[in-house]
Design a protein around this ligand. Sequence first.
Ligand SMILES: [Zn+2]
Ligand SMILES: [Zn+2]
Length: 572
Amino acid sequence: MEVGCLVAPAEDWVARTAGLVRAEGERRHPGVPPTCASGISPSGPVHLGNLRELMVPHLVADEVRRGGAPCRHILSWDDYDRLRRVPAGFPAEFAEHIGRPLSAVPDPCGQHPNWAEHFKDPLRESLARLGVRVTEISQTQMYTSGAYAAQIVTAMRRRADIGAVLARYRTRRDGTAPDGTAPDGTAPDGTAPDGTAPDDDGPQTAVYYPFRPYCAVCGRDDTTVTGFDDETTEISYTCACGARPGPTPIAQVAGKLAWKVDWPMRWAYERVTFEPAGVDHSSPGSSFTVGAELVSEIFGGEMPLHFGYSFVGAPGAAKLSGSAGGAPTPADALEIFEPPLVRWLYARRRPEQAITLAFDAEVGRVYDEWDALGRRVADGKADAAAQAVFARAAGTSDGPLPVTPRPLPFRTLASVADITAGDQVQILRILRDLTAEEPVTSLAEVRPRLDCAQAWVNEYVPPADRTQVRDTPDVETLAALPAAERDAVKLLTEGMAADWSQAGLTTLLYGIPKLQLGLPITTPPTPELKARQRTWFILLYQLLIGKDTGPRLPTLLLALGQDRVRALLSAH
Ligand SMILES: [Zn+2]
Ligand SMILES: [Zn+2]
């Protein structure tokens, strides 16, 4: 698949935004590649919902690159934010570190340098698998290295102006911040742009200070600034722990700007051309509207191009093992979806449209749609929009993503994984029978999709819905079968060997009710025939697996093998 060149229609949001980003980047900073920005707080597991924060800028940046121009995509890790609360599933002792920078909190597993790195790692790995190339920026590194020293002094000197802007947007005092964040700073999508409560962003006292120190004694930000000397840049503060350090040059004091000031400061610092945000961020009084004023008025920069993106739902995402504990992560999605499918689920929707990543029985349908799109593109039958979306999903400007060499239908692989309980030898035997015309010779041909199907069966199919083949025949039912049904079973057991293949068994299974009516096996279906077929299939499912439904019957028969089918369908 050629992913390098394509002409996208004008209404295509990726192409349109990429065009704007190139033009705007060139207007603002001629000769400098434009910058698309994402920000993630590694305060806990990074959920699938947060992936849109990365995928939207990625798709745009990659589109610019496909067009032959360089484009920077920065991932700003908000690892200098305070730990706000201990996420569910982590030891309560970590509460001691609430108020400290995420990068100063110990690693919960002992294998990472700190708390923030513990949560960055899995996301990094998922991004690599998804082909999302980013330039990481650690806010801890930026703040502690003094990169923002001049900006911090500017913000402190201009505190009255900043306070006035914030006050103008501070309209509600009902415990909800104007941008819809809850009192603890949690955005409606579960992300916390920083650890500070919304009230930290606004002037509470006669003098407002946009900088919050991390206490030199206890390391927490339970601090109150008591003075700042515009000339010497010395800051004084007190801390809830009792510390009262004397005036200290602010460059020597750990701390960070309040969120609503920090964000526009970074837009200017990084010359961000494009940065989308969750839809809740663009309401009046939000970080975005406040930032729009501060970025030019205080920091001499320009507001990035932006738009709001909608939420991501994940029905059926609770793992049966319960190990994930809560919302799914990108790694959970990549366990059951091949990377191009995950990209496709983001690329095919406009940003304002909600996205659903199903983990339930819909997974099979998503794979079928993706396979159908791939066939249309390969046959040259897809329109330009569909081709563009497919190309963005299948690869990046760096090249195509790995694919499953033989992409057999996901539902077939899931059925086989289910029936065999994962037995590799059996799986290969069945897949060989299923592909009689051009047999699968090794499981490598059907990986990674087979592994996705296996993981899905193990983690998301409830035990009651899995296939349990009977150990012994249902002698009672078999003995009591009416003559017509006994005859149908006999037609199957005596006829199946003649064409023991997916196609042969399909024809025979659907044909038996026809033969019983004296009709040729090629008779087209009628409502009456369909009703008879349904009853007949239920009987077979009952006799083989003790339920009314199950995997497709030809697949089930092939999985069981002729001897076992015969044994389960005879009364003695
Ligand atoms: Zn760790
Ligand atoms: Zn302290």
